[in-house]
Design a protein around this ligand. Structure first.
Ligand SMILES: [Zn+2]
Length: 154
């Protein structure tokens, strides 16, 4: 570590302790050139989540953007707590996969949840996500929806 006083690159650690409730390690270092002491903090690098768009462009996961999309689809259908829960679950699911996820994975994770909650919100989200262009697209999706949500046999 470069000494902040004399810029020499030679030091020894004289003390290490946990800081920030375990979020960091604080080290006291002594410069071997000038003898002065300074402090460094070591933290875990935050694991970033990246979304690969259909265009191939990569951008950092944006929770607010996901939330806005779900909120739009859920207008007058689902309450805020439900929207928050969906966004939270989807984010958690994506983060456990980590690294890079395709944008279609994000959309599907939302659709999976909306399907069992509210069909109108599901269709709204699907229309944006799947880029519905006409009524036939909706009709096809509704047919799919009825198939996949047929009453379960007990
Ligand atoms: Zn120094």
């Amino acid at each position: 570590m470069r000494c902040p006083y004399c810029r020499e690159n030679d030091d020894k650690v004289v003390d290490s302790r946990v800081a920030d409730d375990g979020g960091a390690i604080r080290r006291r270092r002594e410069c071997l050139a000038c003898g002065r002491r300074y402090t460094t903090y070591e933290r875990v690098e935050e694991v970033g989540l990246l979304v690969v768009k259909r265009s191939g462009e990569i951008e950092p996961f944006d929770r607010a953007k996901l939330r806005a999309g779900v909120e739009r689809a859920a207008t007058n259908r689902l309450d805020t707590a439900t929207v928050d829960a969906i966004v939270g679950e989807v984010e958690e699911e994506l983060r456990t996969q980590g690294g890079e996820v395709g944008s279609e994975r994000v959309g599907l994770a939302v659709l999976e949840r909306l399907r069992s909650l509210d069909h109108v919100a599901y269709l709204r989200f699907a229309s944006v996500y799947k880029g519905f262009e006409d009524l036939a697209d909706f009709e096809r999706e509704v047919v799919e929806l009825q198939k996949t949500t047929a009453p379960k046999q007990r």
